[in-house]
Design a protein around this ligand. Sequence first.
Ligand code: ADP
Ligand code: MG
Length: 349
Amino acid sequence: PREIPMSSIAVLPPTLVNQIAAGEVVERPASVVKELVENALDAGGRRIVVQIEEGGSRLISVRDDGRGMDDTDLPLALTAHATSKIRSLDDLEAVQSMGFRGEALASIASIARVTLTSCTANAPHGWTLSNEVDVTACKPAAHPQGTTVLVRDLFYQTPARRKFLRTERTEFGQIDQLMRRFALAHPTVGFTLEHNGRRLFDLPPIGPDQLSEQFPARIAQMLGEDFLTRARFIDSTASGLGLTGWVADPSYARSSTDQQLFFVNGRIVRDRLIGFAIRRAYADVLHHARQPAYVLSLNLDPRHVDVNVHPTKAEVRFRDGRAVQDFLFREIHRALAVGADPGVGDAAA
Ligand code: ADP
Ligand code: MG
């Protein structure tokens, strides 16, 4: 066996560090879309337009009308561990933004051709920057307030990763599912999705005071009319926990988990214990081989949930997981009981 000499420790060059980090964050084109849309949301975007070519391996474009970046911030956006979202460990403990690691754009730029174009409010013009030219030099550019990020030729430098990409159809399917989740987690934001020039959906933003009238239509468009007509509405709070959303009637149950959407403080989360608590609430009314369908948003003090568990932030850890599970179980169980007995109430209530 080859012996590695003691003196062989070396600090890795930044590009390689970023490429290693990209391995964790960017599994496929949908992972890039997730990071860019989260950035657009963090920037306060009200309309987010996502354009995809060839399943995302050729082009991913995300445009927002958020606060934008100026020519000092733009080069920093592509620098690893550079973020505008936290400054201290205290900030991290209470983080409300989707991002905080300052890693996504640097990682993506290490494995794809990236162009950022951005403009802040009241600036005379915007700025553009590309890692194909010079990541430190911004050039003036025309852009309305907000940001456009173009990601071209994903994985062109890491052919091993590129080989793991599935068909264009499969990769786009992942992006489509993700975008539907975002659209349901953030109803006040408008979302547009296009693939190869074809428009999949174009959802206008919903005013906060119009949610009760207009959100159901968005749900129906994203999940189907059938889901909505057979779903029960939940809106309750108890000891610092808030739950709003819809749980589908057991008769609507599906064979797959594709309509299990759960958000924690606006984050798309997959949590085994949450899934388990919800299943338990359905236990006496659902055949064990069937899957419940739901769109639920849980809101709580960000200090009571740790989002820094996993690089993609798909997992979270609750300070009091037991209380969260009990709350979910109780509220969903109650919602499902309403109308189960024809004498008790109206299923649509
Ligand atoms: P993070 O989101 O964890 O801070 P990113 O690498 O995703 O890290 O982004 C780095 C920084 O670039 C962000 O903190 C933000 O200041 C800026 N940025 C990225 N995308 C946008 C955007 N769409 N609009 C405004 N600023 C952005
Ligand atoms: Mg980010």
